[in-house]
Design a protein around this ligand. Sequence first.
Ligand code: 13P
Length: 257
Amino acid sequence: MLQRPPLIVGNWKMHKTISEAKELVQQLTRVLGDDLARIPITVLAPPFTALSAVAQEIKGHPYLLGAQNLYWEDQGAFTGEVSGPMLRDLGCRYVIVGHSERRRYFAETDVMVGKKAAAALRHELRPIVCIGETWDQRLGGQTKHVLSLQLTEALAGIGKDQAQDVVVAYEPVWAIGSGRAATCEQADEVHRHVRTHLLALWGQDAGTLVPILYGGSVMPENIGALLAIPDVDGALVGGACLDPVLFAKILRIGAVP
Ligand code: 13P
């Protein structure tokens, strides 16, 4: 048994109505055919409105369900928000927190991301904690510093005993949707840095268990090389997960031999 089996997450972002979502899952399953039995751990993260339909559609299939966001309170007067218990009730096992699009367009801060990650764990949802630097921060030599700050705040309320349920996703902001993925050298350097941070925070045993995903312009052409990097334990896929042929290729390449 691999210590960190590959994990591939498809972040659908704000795409797909209910009927389109069902169709996408059916197409993916058709394209995978017999290979469905060999896919890595695969999480589908449709928008909130399609979670229930996708939950039905994946019954009997090896996909797991994820959400793209949650609020940290369990219930109350928080118009427009969705809580951990609600996501669990829908069958979600994972939830993305702190995606750079939420930080950028919805003013999410590291502290908010930390509260969301802790709330997810309280409700047996694995938080996929997203971190990443902008191009300007990279040019300014700030990458590791920025990522360390993001990690420190986002993981502040999470104890060592919960570490095995945490997932970290490194998504350089400049690589998202740009067609310009990080090079293997860049990903290797950052993922090592993140691992070092996790080991310092939670110790050798717990820190080793946390999968670190790479996200940003992941395609069938680059997934193999990225997954070959020791501390790249999977991928957070955006655009390519909306195309069943491309996503199936990514899952085939990510399959455990
Ligand atoms: P792309 O794969 O479209 O670059 O998006 C990455 C992403 O933001 C996944 O969360």
